[in-house]
Design a protein around this ligand. Structure first.
Ligand SMILES: Nc1ncnc2c1ncn2[C@@H]1O[C@H](COP(=O)(O)OP(=O)(O)O)[C@@H](O)[C@H]1O
Ligand SMILES: Nc1ccn([C@@H]2O[C@H](COP(=O)(O)O)[C@@H](O)[C@H]2O)c(=O)n1
Length: 534
């Protein structure tokens, strides 16, 4: 409703954008050869949740329908190009959702006697469900379809983290449950002869077909289907776009989408900023006063040995070789402690002298590690020492120098998390060097929850927590996540970081354009990832 209202203030109720008077040539690129469900553009994903940890916005979904070879994919790619520097964009092709075919059906398909142009040929509920998951910020594993083999392949394509989704297909506007998912509905209108000419060219070069078969299939199924099922859905579209010379329409659409995204953007880091004001005094006092037995924050016992290790690691004169040795040792201590947070069940074994011994064994179905790069990397070795062959993944979270917001730049997760039915039974050791503002921890935890990992199955392991930082807000947002750390430092302050300086920044104003604003834990350990790897 809101969108329609806004659209109508920007555009007429249904906009038919005329073809450009002077034709422009768009050179087909290599990309046109592939129908992929893939992340086409990613400039980092800003927070999609607020400081309570709740997701605040859905992905913006554009549905594009039109006849076969009308230019739907082309329009989708042109929109992505015109949008320029926007967060993650995914093109989801309805073609991927052709149903699985029996050998008899495949035989008919090779003889151009199978109707792929009836709505029943597509698994619409599956398409709607995958699209809904992506829209709601969850992962989806999309089927892969081979036009050459007329069959769905065994493997699937994992997708996660789209801010904009473009769903395209001949029946994209056919089904009411699909239409309900779109924020913007587009129909690509194209002359029949142009569509046929393009289809012949494409099907011969890309889909392994012969002209005779293409024509037979066209006359028998494609043309009647266009008249009966595809063309009439243009009435549901917000915008009708011409199938060629459509630059005006593309500009209009991209401006509209950019405006919509800007309206949805909300500052996050500012709201959890590293100031003692971030949470009320009483809440912080109560969090820390109970922290000894606090189920959510587990601090290693402060033995002389442990403090000795921290002293070496904190010392800026410590040589890299020694730094690595002691970080690895500390990582082991932390991981041993973290292992105590896993469930165990009773087990009786028989000893070599034939006696029964009552003991315990791990009771976790799946376990894996995910490090927040680069700083979480040094903890990986510790995890691999306590859990042999543990699957590892990583998340690359970096601060946007312009907005100061965390950006999710790369997601590489193990199968135990990528597949939702496994994720619910997976325990995850989330590794990052420190919790300062908590912004990276927020993003990493939210990403795992989106995948279906349970909050109480996440164990965050870190060297350092800042008492005056975001830990209390993090705890308020995700009370069941456990944090295991080795030291608590008092101060978190704003500073300027020089990318070429291993020591951490000063309070001096930003004179060097490359310096970026950051938050520093004090006394701290410096940039642990840099000191460990560089
Ligand atoms: N505006 C356009 N200008 C030039 N060629 C185009 C244009 N739109 C589509 N094509 C070409 O037509 C063919 C079919 O386009 P495509 O976008 O794949 O159609 P659809 O996704 O609707 O089946 C492709 O080879 C593509 O390069
Ligand atoms: N095995 C198949 C499956 C589908 N088709 C044709 O694909 C057309 C839809 O794809 P577009 O990229 O052109 O939108 C549709 O018209 C089917 O006839 C096929 O030929 N073989």
């Amino acid at each position: 409703m809101a969108l329609r209202a806004r659209l109508s203030s920007e555009l007429p109720a249904k906009l038919v954008v005329p073809a450009m008077p002077t034709p422009t040539t768009i050179t087909p690129t290599r990309e046109h050869k592939f129908k992929t469900n893939t992340i086409l553009a990613s400039h980092g994903r800003p927070p999609w949740y607020d400081e309570t940890g709740k997701r605040i916005s859905d992905a913006f979904v554009i549905g594009i329908a039109g006849g076969s070879a009308s230019g739907k994919t082309h329009v989708a790619r042109q929109i992505v190009k015109a949008l320029g520097s926007v967060p993650t964009v995914v093109i989801l092709s309805q073609d991927s959702f052709y149903k699985w075919h029996t050998p008899a059906e495949i035989e008919l398909a090779y003889a151009s006697k199978f109707d792929f142009d009836h709505p029943d040929a597509l698994d619409m509920p599956m398409f709607a469900s995958c699209l809904r998951d992506l829209k709601e910020g969850k992962q989806s594993n999309i089927p892969i379809y081979s036009f050459k083999e007329h069959q769905r392949l065994d493997e699937k394509k994992y997708l996660y983290g789209a801010t904009i989704i473009i769903a395209e297909g001949i029946m994209a506007l056919n089904d009411p449950s699909l239409r309900a998912l779109y924020d913007l509905k587009i129909f690509v209108q194209c002359d029949s002869d142009l569509m046929l000419a393009r289809r012949i060219k494409r099907d011969v070069t890309e889909r392994g077909r012969e002209v005779e078969g293409i024509l037979e299939q066209y006359l028998r199924y494609v043309k009647p289907s266009y008249d009966n099922f595809v063309g009439p859905t243009s009435r549901h579209a917000d915008i009708i776009v011409p199938g060629s010379d459509n630059n005006v329409a593309i500009d209009l659409i991209s401006t509209h989408v950019r405006r919509q995204l800007a309206e949805r953007a909300t500052p996050f880091r500012k709201n959890i900023a590293a100031t003692p004001m971030a949470t009320p005094m009483e809440e912080r006092a109560s969090f820390w006063s109970t922290n000894k037995d606090h189920a959510s924050l587990i601090v290693l016992p402060q033995t002389h040995q442990l403090i000795g290790i921290y002293t070496i690691i904190r010392d800026k004169t410590t040589k890299t070789q020694d730094f690595i040795f002691f970080v690895d040792r500390l990582a082991m201590f932390l991981m041993e402690k973290a292992m105590e947070q896993l469930p165990y069940r009773s087990k009786t074994v028989t000893t070599p002298i034939g006696a029964d011994a009552l003991g315990k064994e791990l009771d976790a179905k799946y376990i894996c590690g995910v490090s927040v790069l680069r700083a979480g990397g040094p903890l990986e070795k510790g995890l691999q020492r306590v859990l042999n062959d543990v699957p590892m993944g990583s998340l690359l979270v970096q601060t946007d120098t312009g907005s100061g917001e965390p950006l999710l730049l790369h997601v590489m997760l193990p199968e135990y998390i990528r597949l939702r039915h496994l994720a619910v039974d997976t325990w995850v050791f989330l590794l990052d060097a420190q919790i300062g503002t908590g912004a990276a921890a927020f993003m990493a935890i939210r990403s795992l929850l989106d995948h279906g990992v349970r909050q109480d199955h996440i164990i965050f392991v870190t060297f350092l927590v800042a008492r005056s930082g975001g830990i209390t807000i993090l705890h308020r947002a995700f009370p069941q996540v456990k944090v295991v750390c080795g030291a608590v430092d008092e101060v978190l302050r704003e500073a300027w970081l020089d990318p070429y300086d291993k020591d951490l920044g000063s309070d001096a104003p930003n004179t060097n354009a490359e310096r970026r604003k950051c938050y520093i834990v004090e006394p701290g350990m410096g940039q642990i990832g840099d000191r460990y790897y560089l």
